[in-house]
Design a protein around this ligand. Sequence first.
Ligand code: SF4
Length: 338
Amino acid sequence: MSEFAFELELCAALEARREGILARQLGGSVASPGSRILDVVYIEPGPEFDRRTTITADSIPDAALEADVGTGRARYWKDCFDCHPKRARRAVERAVEIGFFESERRNGREYVRQVARYPDWYGKLVGIENKPDLGRPGDLEAQLRLDASLALVDEAVLATESYVTRAHLNRIPEAVGVWRVHRDETAPTGGDTGPVDDAIEIEVIRDPAPLPNMTAGIEPLEYHPGRTDIAVVSPERKARARRRLAERAYGKGWRTYEFPACAACAPLERDGATLPHCRWADRVVDASSECGPACPGYEPVEEPTIRVDLEAERDERTAWVADPAGKRRRQSGLDRFS
Ligand code: SF4
Protein backbone atom coordinates (compact mmCIF):
# COMPACT_ATOMS: atom_id res chain seq x y z
CA MET A 1 0.00 0.00 0.00
CA SER A 2 1.29 3.50 -0.79
CA GLU A 3 2.24 5.78 2.09
CA PHE A 4 -0.27 8.31 0.79
CA ALA A 5 -3.19 5.87 0.87
CA PHE A 6 -2.09 4.54 4.25
CA GLU A 7 -1.92 8.08 5.63
CA LEU A 8 -5.39 9.06 4.42
CA GLU A 9 -7.04 5.91 5.70
CA LEU A 10 -5.30 6.24 9.07
CA CYS A 11 -6.40 9.89 9.35
CA ALA A 12 -10.00 8.93 8.52
CA ALA A 13 -9.96 6.19 11.18
CA LEU A 14 -8.38 8.44 13.84
CA GLU A 15 -10.80 11.25 13.09
CA ALA A 16 -13.73 8.91 13.63
CA ARG A 17 -12.33 7.77 16.99
CA ARG A 18 -10.80 10.90 18.58
CA GLU A 19 -11.78 14.42 19.48
CA GLY A 20 -9.40 17.14 18.34
CA ILE A 21 -7.50 18.13 15.24
CA LEU A 22 -5.64 15.97 12.73
CA ALA A 23 -3.39 17.37 10.05
CA ARG A 24 -0.87 16.01 7.54
CA GLN A 25 2.58 17.00 6.39
CA LEU A 26 3.66 19.72 8.81
CA GLY A 27 7.14 20.93 9.73
CA GLY A 28 8.48 19.19 12.82
CA SER A 29 11.94 20.79 13.16
CA VAL A 30 12.88 24.17 14.64
CA ALA A 31 16.57 25.04 14.09
CA SER A 32 16.51 23.77 10.51
CA PRO A 33 12.97 24.52 9.33
CA GLY A 34 11.62 22.08 6.75
CA SER A 35 14.23 19.40 7.40
CA ARG A 36 11.71 17.24 9.28
CA ILE A 37 8.15 16.88 8.05
CA LEU A 38 5.73 15.07 10.33
CA ASP A 39 3.37 12.80 8.39
CA VAL A 40 0.41 13.25 10.73
CA VAL A 41 -0.06 15.52 13.72
CA TYR A 42 -2.83 14.93 16.22
CA ILE A 43 -3.75 17.84 18.51
CA GLU A 44 -5.68 16.94 21.62
CA PRO A 45 -8.20 19.66 22.56
CA GLY A 46 -7.14 21.92 25.43
CA PRO A 47 -9.46 23.59 27.98
CA GLU A 48 -10.43 26.47 25.67
CA PHE A 49 -10.70 24.59 22.40
CA ASP A 50 -14.27 25.79 21.83
CA ARG A 51 -13.18 29.42 22.08
CA ARG A 52 -10.57 28.83 19.38
CA THR A 53 -13.27 27.58 17.02
CA THR A 54 -15.17 30.86 17.35
CA ILE A 55 -12.26 33.05 16.22
CA THR A 56 -11.31 31.82 12.75
CA ALA A 57 -11.17 28.61 10.72
CA ASP A 58 -7.68 29.51 9.48
CA SER A 59 -4.22 29.35 11.01
CA ILE A 60 -3.39 32.52 12.90
CA PRO A 61 0.05 33.78 11.76
CA ASP A 62 2.80 33.40 14.31
CA ALA A 63 3.91 37.02 13.92
CA ALA A 64 0.38 38.19 14.77
CA LEU A 65 0.40 36.08 17.95
CA GLU A 66 3.85 37.38 18.92
CA ALA A 67 2.86 41.01 18.34
CA ASP A 68 1.98 43.33 21.16
CA VAL A 69 -1.63 43.71 20.01
CA GLY A 70 -4.17 43.32 22.77
CA THR A 71 -7.93 43.08 22.87
CA GLY A 72 -8.40 46.49 24.51
CA ARG A 73 -7.38 49.76 22.92
CA ALA A 74 -6.39 49.63 19.22
CA ARG A 75 -2.70 50.42 18.64
CA TYR A 76 -0.76 51.80 15.70
CA TRP A 77 0.31 48.62 13.92
CA LYS A 78 3.98 49.57 13.53
CA ASP A 79 4.34 49.97 17.31
CA CYS A 80 3.24 46.37 17.94
CA PHE A 81 5.86 44.36 16.07
CA ASP A 82 9.44 43.42 16.76
CA CYS A 83 10.19 41.83 13.39
CA HIS A 84 10.95 42.89 9.82
CA PRO A 85 8.35 45.46 8.64
CA LYS A 86 7.43 43.33 5.63
CA ARG A 87 6.71 40.31 7.85
CA ALA A 88 4.77 42.55 10.22
CA ARG A 89 2.71 44.01 7.38
CA ARG A 90 1.92 40.56 5.99
CA ALA A 91 0.87 39.40 9.45
CA VAL A 92 -1.44 42.39 9.94
CA GLU A 93 -3.09 41.90 6.57
CA ARG A 94 -3.57 38.19 7.10
CA ALA A 95 -4.80 38.59 10.69
CA VAL A 96 -7.37 41.15 9.54
CA GLU A 97 -8.39 38.98 6.58
CA ILE A 98 -9.06 35.91 8.75
CA GLY A 99 -10.76 37.94 11.47
CA PHE A 100 -8.20 37.75 14.28
CA PHE A 101 -7.47 41.50 14.17
CA GLU A 102 -9.85 44.37 13.66
CA SER A 103 -8.40 47.45 12.08
CA GLU A 104 -9.43 51.08 11.90
CA ARG A 105 -7.90 54.19 10.36
CA ARG A 106 -7.16 57.34 12.30
CA ASN A 107 -5.36 60.31 10.76
CA GLY A 108 -4.20 58.15 7.86
CA ARG A 109 -2.68 55.52 10.18
CA GLU A 110 -3.90 51.96 10.66
CA TYR A 111 -4.65 50.85 14.23
CA VAL A 112 -5.26 47.23 15.14
CA ARG A 113 -6.58 45.19 18.02
CA GLN A 114 -7.33 41.51 18.58
CA VAL A 115 -10.99 40.52 18.35
CA ALA A 116 -10.53 38.03 21.17
CA ARG A 117 -7.92 36.88 23.64
CA TYR A 118 -5.89 34.01 22.22
CA PRO A 119 -7.24 30.94 24.03
CA ASP A 120 -5.43 28.03 25.68
CA TRP A 121 -6.87 25.68 23.10
CA TYR A 122 -4.46 22.79 22.54
CA GLY A 123 -3.37 19.99 24.81
CA LYS A 124 -1.11 17.11 23.88
CA LEU A 125 0.58 17.18 20.44
CA VAL A 126 1.26 13.77 18.91
CA GLY A 127 3.48 13.21 15.88
CA ILE A 128 2.70 10.08 13.85
CA GLU A 129 5.23 8.72 11.37
CA ASN A 130 3.70 6.46 8.73
CA LYS A 131 5.77 3.62 7.44
CA PRO A 132 3.40 0.99 6.06
CA ASP A 133 6.30 -1.24 5.01
CA LEU A 134 9.14 -1.53 7.51
CA GLY A 135 11.11 -3.41 4.86
CA ARG A 136 11.60 -0.02 3.17
CA PRO A 137 12.42 2.16 6.15
CA GLY A 138 14.15 5.08 4.38
CA ASP A 139 15.26 7.64 7.00
CA LEU A 140 12.91 6.27 9.63
CA GLU A 141 15.44 5.83 12.43
CA ALA A 142 16.94 9.30 12.03
CA GLN A 143 13.48 10.88 11.83
CA LEU A 144 12.30 9.23 15.02
CA ARG A 145 15.56 10.02 16.81
CA LEU A 146 15.00 13.68 15.96
CA ASP A 147 11.39 13.59 17.21
CA ALA A 148 12.46 12.01 20.50
CA SER A 149 15.45 14.26 21.21
CA LEU A 150 13.86 17.54 20.07
CA ALA A 151 10.56 16.73 21.84
CA LEU A 152 8.59 19.32 19.94
CA VAL A 153 5.62 16.98 20.21
CA ASP A 154 4.50 15.39 23.48
CA GLU A 155 4.39 11.91 22.01
CA ALA A 156 5.83 10.28 18.89
CA VAL A 157 4.32 7.20 17.28
CA LEU A 158 5.31 4.94 14.41
CA ALA A 159 2.36 3.50 12.46
CA THR A 160 2.96 0.50 10.20
CA GLU A 161 1.24 -2.40 8.48
CA SER A 162 4.30 -4.63 8.84
CA TYR A 163 4.77 -7.31 11.44
CA VAL A 164 6.90 -5.59 14.09
CA THR A 165 9.86 -7.62 15.34
CA ARG A 166 12.03 -7.14 18.43
CA ALA A 167 14.82 -5.98 16.09
CA HIS A 168 12.56 -3.22 14.71
CA LEU A 169 11.70 -2.08 18.24
CA ASN A 170 15.35 -2.03 19.26
CA ARG A 171 16.27 0.23 16.34
CA ILE A 172 13.91 3.06 17.24
CA PRO A 173 14.02 5.26 20.37
CA GLU A 174 12.35 3.68 23.39
CA ALA A 175 10.02 6.64 23.87
CA VAL A 176 8.44 6.19 20.45
CA GLY A 177 5.17 4.28 20.48
CA VAL A 178 4.36 1.70 17.81
CA TRP A 179 0.98 0.97 16.23
CA ARG A 180 0.33 -1.88 13.88
CA VAL A 181 -2.49 -1.10 11.50
CA HIS A 182 -4.62 -4.04 10.36
CA ARG A 183 -6.84 -3.56 7.35
CA ASP A 184 -10.11 -5.38 6.82
CA GLU A 185 -9.19 -7.13 3.58
CA THR A 186 -12.84 -8.00 2.96
CA ALA A 187 -13.91 -4.34 2.89
CA PRO A 188 -14.87 -3.33 -0.66
CA THR A 189 -12.31 -0.99 -2.21
CA GLY A 190 -13.55 -0.43 -5.73
CA GLY A 191 -14.96 3.07 -5.23
CA ASP A 192 -18.73 3.82 -5.40
CA THR A 193 -19.13 0.84 -3.07
CA GLY A 194 -20.79 2.70 -0.22
CA PRO A 195 -19.48 3.75 3.15
CA VAL A 196 -17.29 1.47 5.24
CA ASP A 197 -16.55 2.13 8.89
CA ASP A 198 -13.90 0.48 11.05
CA ALA A 199 -12.05 -0.81 7.98
CA ILE A 200 -8.83 -0.60 9.92
CA GLU A 201 -7.94 -1.71 13.40
CA ILE A 202 -5.07 -0.16 15.34
CA GLU A 203 -3.12 -2.58 17.50
CA VAL A 204 -0.92 -0.84 20.06
CA ILE A 205 2.39 -2.71 20.08
CA ARG A 206 4.04 -0.18 22.39
CA ASP A 207 2.64 2.93 24.07
CA PRO A 208 4.58 6.17 23.53
CA ALA A 209 6.34 7.67 26.55
CA PRO A 210 5.81 11.38 27.27
CA LEU A 211 8.55 13.56 25.73
CA PRO A 212 9.99 16.49 27.74
CA ASN A 213 8.43 19.40 25.86
CA MET A 214 9.15 22.00 28.60
CA THR A 215 12.93 21.62 28.54
CA ALA A 216 15.50 22.45 25.87
CA GLY A 217 15.54 20.04 22.93
CA ILE A 218 18.40 18.68 20.87
CA GLU A 219 17.87 18.84 17.12
CA PRO A 220 20.30 16.76 15.04
CA LEU A 221 21.25 18.74 11.95
CA GLU A 222 23.72 16.60 10.04
CA TYR A 223 25.19 13.18 10.50
CA HIS A 224 28.90 12.61 9.74
CA PRO A 225 30.94 9.48 10.37
CA GLY A 226 31.65 9.55 14.11
CA ARG A 227 29.90 12.83 14.86
CA THR A 228 26.53 14.55 14.58
CA ASP A 229 26.03 18.30 14.26
CA ILE A 230 23.27 19.45 16.57
CA ALA A 231 21.40 22.59 17.63
CA VAL A 232 20.07 23.19 21.12
CA VAL A 233 16.53 24.55 20.97
CA SER A 234 15.53 26.55 24.02
CA PRO A 235 12.24 25.87 25.83
CA GLU A 236 10.94 29.31 24.74
CA ARG A 237 11.69 28.67 21.09
CA LYS A 238 10.12 25.26 21.37
CA ALA A 239 6.97 26.63 22.99
CA ARG A 240 6.59 29.07 20.13
CA ALA A 241 7.19 26.33 17.55
CA ARG A 242 4.57 24.16 19.28
CA ARG A 243 2.02 26.94 19.05
CA ARG A 244 2.89 27.44 15.38
CA LEU A 245 2.50 23.71 14.76
CA ALA A 246 -0.87 23.63 16.52
CA GLU A 247 -2.06 26.67 14.56
CA ARG A 248 -0.96 25.22 11.23
CA ALA A 249 -2.69 21.95 12.06
CA TYR A 250 -5.88 23.79 13.00
CA GLY A 251 -6.05 25.70 9.73
CA LYS A 252 -4.82 22.95 7.43
CA GLY A 253 -6.38 19.70 8.61
CA TRP A 254 -5.65 16.51 6.70
CA ARG A 255 -8.02 16.75 3.72
CA THR A 256 -5.43 18.51 1.59
CA TYR A 257 -5.84 16.17 -1.39
CA GLU A 258 -7.65 16.70 -4.65
CA PHE A 259 -9.93 14.63 -6.85
CA PRO A 260 -8.47 14.20 -10.35
CA ALA A 261 -10.34 15.08 -13.54
CA CYS A 262 -10.24 11.45 -14.65
CA ALA A 263 -13.16 9.07 -15.22
CA ALA A 264 -11.27 6.27 -13.43
CA CYS A 265 -11.51 8.06 -10.10
CA ALA A 266 -14.42 7.24 -7.80
CA PRO A 267 -15.10 8.12 -4.17
CA LEU A 268 -14.04 5.71 -1.46
CA GLU A 269 -15.88 6.33 1.79
CA ARG A 270 -13.89 5.37 4.84
CA ASP A 271 -15.01 6.20 8.38
CA GLY A 272 -17.06 9.12 7.08
CA ALA A 273 -14.30 10.56 4.91
CA THR A 274 -14.33 10.69 1.11
CA LEU A 275 -11.05 9.57 -0.44
CA PRO A 276 -9.96 9.56 -4.12
CA HIS A 277 -9.92 5.95 -5.28
CA CYS A 278 -8.72 4.96 -8.75
CA ARG A 279 -10.42 1.97 -10.39
CA TRP A 280 -7.54 1.52 -12.80
CA ALA A 281 -4.83 1.44 -10.11
CA ASP A 282 -7.24 -0.11 -7.55
CA ARG A 283 -6.07 2.12 -4.74
CA VAL A 284 -6.30 5.59 -3.28
CA VAL A 285 -4.28 7.98 -5.46
CA ASP A 286 -2.54 11.30 -4.93
CA ALA A 287 -3.93 13.37 -7.82
CA SER A 288 -1.31 16.09 -7.50
CA SER A 289 1.59 13.74 -8.16
CA GLU A 290 0.11 10.71 -9.95
CA CYS A 291 -2.73 11.82 -12.19
CA GLY A 292 -2.65 13.36 -15.65
CA PRO A 293 -1.84 12.53 -19.29
CA ALA A 294 1.35 10.68 -18.30
CA CYS A 295 -0.72 8.01 -16.51
CA PRO A 296 -1.58 5.04 -18.82
CA GLY A 297 -5.05 4.75 -17.28
CA TYR A 298 -5.95 8.44 -17.62
CA GLU A 299 -9.46 9.06 -19.00
CA PRO A 300 -9.79 12.86 -19.16
CA VAL A 301 -13.07 14.48 -18.19
CA GLU A 302 -13.96 18.17 -18.08
CA GLU A 303 -14.08 18.31 -14.28
CA PRO A 304 -13.52 15.87 -11.44
CA THR A 305 -16.57 13.62 -11.22
CA ILE A 306 -16.35 13.64 -7.40
CA ARG A 307 -17.89 16.86 -6.17
CA VAL A 308 -17.46 16.61 -2.45
CA ASP A 309 -16.83 19.76 -0.45
CA LEU A 310 -13.97 18.57 1.74
CA GLU A 311 -14.19 21.65 3.96
CA ALA A 312 -17.86 20.99 4.63
CA GLU A 313 -17.03 17.34 5.36
CA ARG A 314 -14.37 18.43 7.89
CA ASP A 315 -16.82 20.85 9.49
CA GLU A 316 -19.47 18.16 9.80
CA ARG A 317 -17.18 15.39 11.05
CA THR A 318 -15.05 17.33 13.56
CA ALA A 319 -15.16 20.14 16.12
CA TRP A 320 -13.39 22.50 13.67
CA VAL A 321 -15.80 25.21 12.49
CA ALA A 322 -15.55 26.30 8.86
CA ASP A 323 -17.49 29.53 9.27
CA PRO A 324 -17.35 30.81 12.85
CA ALA A 325 -20.30 32.95 13.90
CA GLY A 326 -18.05 35.72 15.27
CA LYS A 327 -16.37 36.14 11.91
CA ARG A 328 -19.70 36.08 10.10
CA ARG A 329 -21.02 38.83 12.40
CA ARG A 330 -17.94 40.95 11.82
CA GLN A 331 -18.15 40.50 8.08
CA SER A 332 -21.83 41.37 7.88
CA GLY A 333 -21.07 44.40 10.04
CA LEU A 334 -18.43 45.49 7.54
CA ASP A 335 -20.77 44.85 4.61
CA ARG A 336 -23.09 47.54 5.95
CA PHE A 337 -20.41 50.13 5.24
CA SER A 338 -19.26 48.89 1.86
S1 SF4 B 1 -4.93 9.56 -13.88
FE1 SF4 B 1 -4.32 7.41 -13.61
S2 SF4 B 1 -4.00 7.16 -11.41
FE2 SF4 B 1 -5.15 9.06 -11.69
S3 SF4 B 1 -7.32 8.45 -11.44
FE3 SF4 B 1 -6.81 8.38 -13.63
S4 SF4 B 1 -6.21 6.29 -14.02
FE4 SF4 B 1 -6.11 6.58 -11.84
